[in-house]
Design a protein around this ligand. Structure first.
Ligand code: 2PG
Ligand code: MG
Length: 420
């Protein structure tokens, strides 16, 4: 019997980096084993798969035992497309609301991990094939606000850095860690009440407005660029759906006491892009505003800034097609648990690439110490991986990039960034 045949599947309740319940799935094959824990978002897009059935993680665990395991035992774990198809069939809904999108993710990813272990190859090679050689640039969250700090920091959810001048992963990681440290020192000076507190993704959580925080981050990037001798650029995840108030027809910036209508929001983002030479802005507008995204994308292109859709696309092929028609974005966040399976994720990456969008493999705010995201980013050839800077669950993926680089050896090279 082939070593990749599935013999058993087990699921259990565990906890994520926020201390919330999460599902863990183990897949046992004839000759190997794989395990995965589902991550969980706090600022979730409306179009995402339902993370869990109504009864939460325990109902999901029961569903794996009762509904999924009998269907998957005996299948070949290396046949990812078939396994994922069966997951859809067993669930039978469009949004995985019967078994949960997180449940589907954990099974799908654990299956891939089991297949790679049975074949005696690394997960990134199993997912990407023998010609894979490019490593992604780490996009790291240094200063956080919005929902990830429970509304007590800047209104904008994430202020990020991308070490565009790094020539290998080690340099890239060093840059992000140094910027994080330097930003912490500078924030202590800029915010007298700063206690060194950090949000859900390990980013500093100062009581500053967006622009003040960006000024501090710009200084930290400049200092580190001077020290290391290469450029480190900044980006944002506005997570604008969390600021949008339908009844007021405006984006409400509570800390700043500002309201911006759609036009003012577009102008504000463009001002920030110019002033801080931003290379990346994620979810600058609310999740249904494809036209607004398209307008901003046109204007930001001239400034060399990527406009990225997260809640806008929710890793969905249908929504990517809609965005592609309108030219809504130049980049897309790829979060496998937004759609459930690795097959759906790979389809989304392909559709995005065909539409000229840069795929950014991304963590969630609630994470585990699984390293799988690093393999997914390399295997699916995403030029950027967004996985935070500090915190064991973030560092687990960053350190895995170093191991992958080492395994690739002398053929390893950094991905080509479309703008720099
Ligand atoms: C985001 C993510 C990750 P969450 O908005 O991009 O940074 O947050 O997982 O809470 O959706
Ligand atoms: Mg986002």
């Amino acid at each position: 019997m082939s070593s990749t045949i599935i013999e058993d599947i087990r699921a259990r309740r565990v906890f994520d980096s926020r201390g919330s319940e999460a599902i863990e799935v183990e897949v046992f094959t004839v000759g190997g084993y794989g395990r995965a824990i589902a991550p969980m978002g706090a600022s979730r897009g409306r179009g995402e798969a339902m993370p869990y059935p109504p009864g939460g993680v325990s109902e999901a665990v029961a569903a794996v035992e009762r509904l999924v395991t009998p269907e998957l035992v005996g299948l070949d774990a290396a046949d990812q497309r078939l396994v994922d198809k069966v997951l859809h069939e067993v669930d039978g809904t469009k949004d995985f609301s019967r078994i949960g999108g997180n449940t589907a993710y954990a099974i799908s990813m654990a299956t891939a991990a089991a297949a790679s272990s049975s074949l005696g190859i690394s997960l990134f090679r199993h997912l990407g094939g023998s010609l894979v050689q490019e490593l992604p640039y780490p996009l790291g969250n240094v200063v956080g606000g919005g929902k990830h700090v429970r509304g007590r920091g800047p209104d904008v959810q994430e202020m990020l850095v991308l070490p565009v001048g790094a020539t290998d992963v080690l340099e890239a990681l060093q840059a992000n860690f140094l910027v994080h440290r330097r930003a912490g020192e500078l924030l202590a000076r800029a915010d007298p009440g700063f206690t060194g507190g950090r949000g859900d993704e390990g980013a500093w959580a100062p009581k500053l407005g967006t622009e003040e925080a960006l000024e501090v981050l710009a200084k930290a990037c400049e200092d580190v660029a001077g020290e290391l001798g290469f450029e480190v650029r900044m980006g944002l995840d506005v997570a604008a759906s969390t600021l949008w108030r339908e009844e007021e027809n405006a984006y409400v910036y509570e800390r700043e006491g500002m309201k911006r209508d759609r036009g003012e929001q577009v102008d504000f983002i463009l001002e920030l892009v110019e002033r801080f030479k931003l290379i990346y802005v994620e979810d600058p507008l609310a999740e249904e505003d494809f036209e607004g995204f398209a307008e901003l994308t046109r204007k930001a292109r001239r400034l060399g800034c990527l406009i990225c859709g997260d809640d806008l696309f929710v890793t969905s092929v249908e929504r990517i097609a809609r965005g592609a028609e309108l030219g809504a974005a130049t980049a897309i966040i790829i979060k496998p648990n937004q759609v459930g399976t690795l097959s759906d994720t790979a389809d989304a990456v392909r559709a995005a690439r065909e539409a000229g969008m840069v795929p950014v493999a991304s963590h969630r705010s609630g994470e585990s110490t699984d390293p799988h995201l690093a393999h997914l980013a390399v295997g699916l050839r995403c030029p950027i991986i967004k996985t935070g800077v500090l915190g064991g669950e973030r560092v687990a993926k960053l350190n895995e990039l170093l191991r992958i680089a080492e395994e690739l050896g002398e053929v390893a090279k950094m991905a080509k960034l479309p703008v720099a």
